[in-house]
Design a protein around this ligand. Structure first.
Ligand SMILES: *Cc1c(COP(=O)(O)O)cnc(C)c1O
Length: 365
């Protein structure tokens, strides 16, 4: 069977590094996108067993799923709710809400009042430059008035999000951080509680450790997939594992796969593997977020990638098995010349789990 295997010892390694880099700040594990493909409840349960008990989600349904599956810690819904039915569901499941506007705050307060709930927890969401969710830093007065009008909501945190942490240019990160901390200080001086302050995530945890504040929101670092050089010993945590269905000796000149796009250049021992783009193989998009779209560096890497694209390959023991021809929906053909491999053996492909179909079982081992 084709599975996404998740190496728990690699995850343990990454968690240890993250806890060290957090340097006393709380670690909020971000679990959006089926926990980056690692499986929402399986990954959250794993983290819970490792003492990570703060979580960030983007969907109310994910928050509810976590509670129904025994996740006990603090769950922050990082997106706003405006519908009182949804807010009731969130409050019933003890979810910390995000307040992104005055209207949003008032619906939450009114819903909590209707439910006779004394202290719904919420974090204030601040837009320091992403253009997505939250009050602007210039709206200090409006934020203060809004918070002071709330009767059933306790502000337990305030957060924002960097938009250019992976860029070489540090100006935007520094500006966002400065605007954010200045707003927090001003609110506190005016007697408005802000709770824990958080703005940093994986890339900024590494590049800007002094910006950790009270908590960091971490996603990609758990997977060991970073937008910056991996100088800290993070490991990749998963593989797509699939079975050898059949093995053939094919002659030079024989076609492989759809589209008449590949012919064998020599006699080749091939294997058919039962995995394809249905499962997520070959679906990865290679984007370099580090540089400006038109920068010469980006163009250089783009061209380099076009001319020297390393063909994808499977691994089996010490063998590298290059993919031959195009990947099909449920199968792929690899070159196994010189490798001692048999029908029924399992091979692995490196993969970004976000591209792995959620119907593929996640196996922690
Ligand atoms: C995705 C996300 C994160 C985590 O980002 P990583 O770079 O994967 O660590 C943190 N905060 C918010 C608001 C996010 O959307």
């Amino acid at each position: 069977m084709t599975t996404l295997t998740i190496k728990t010892n690699a995850l343990d390694n990454n968690i240890r590094i993250i806890k060290r880099l957090a340097n006393g700040a709380k670690v909020i594990a971000v679990l959006k996108g089926n926990a980056y493909g690692l499986g929402l409840t399986k990954f959250a349960s794993f983290l819970q067993s490792k003492g990570i008990d703060n979580y960030g989600v983007t969907e109310l349904s994910d928050a509810v799923t976590l509670r129904r599956n025994g996740i006990k810690g603090n769950i922050l819904l990082m997106t706003p709710l405006y519908n009182s039915e949804d807010i009731t569901t969130a409050i019933d499941h003890d979810i910390t809400l995000s307040i992104t506007s005055t209207d949003c705050a008032h619906v939450i307060d009114e819903t909590a009042a209707y439910m006779n709930h004394p202290t719904v927890h919420a974090h204030l969401c601040i837009d320091t430059g992403f253009g997505r969710y939250g009050f602007l830093c210039s709206e200090e007065k409006q934020i203060a008035d809004t918070v002071q009008s709330l009767r059933h909501v306790r502000i337990t945190g305030i957060f924002s999000h960097f938009h250019a942490a992976a860029c070489r240019n540090e100006y935007y990160v520094k500006k966002q951080f400065q605007d954010f901390t200045h707003l927090c200080d001003t609110l506190q001086k005016d007697g408005i509680p802000v709770g824990i302050r958080h703005i940093s995530s994986s890339t900024s945890m590494i590049k800007y450790p002094s910006m950790n504040l009270d908590a960091i929101r971490i996603g990609s670092a758990f997977l060991g997939r970073l937008a910056v050089p991996n100088d800290y010993g993070f490991h990749e945590v998963c593989n797509l594992s699939a079975c050898v269905d059949d093995i053939y000796e094919l002659p030079v000149g024989h076609n492989i796969g759809y589209g008449h796009s590949f012919k064998l250049s020599h006699n080749t021992k091939t294997a058919v593997i039962s995995v394809g783009y249905y499962h997520g193989l070959g679906m990865e998009r290679h984007t370099d977020f580090r540089t400006n779209f038109f920068s010469p560096i980006r163009i250089y890497y783009k061209l380099k990638g076009t001319f020297h694209k390393k063909s994808p390959a499977a691994s089996f023991k010490d063998c590298r098995l290059p993919v031959l021809g195009q990947i099909s929906m449920n199968s792929v053909i690899v070159d196994t010349t010189g490798c001692n491999i048999s029908v029924g053996d399992m091979v692995t492909f490196p993969i970004n789990p976000i591209f792995v179909n959620s119907a593929v079982p996640r196996v922690y081992m």
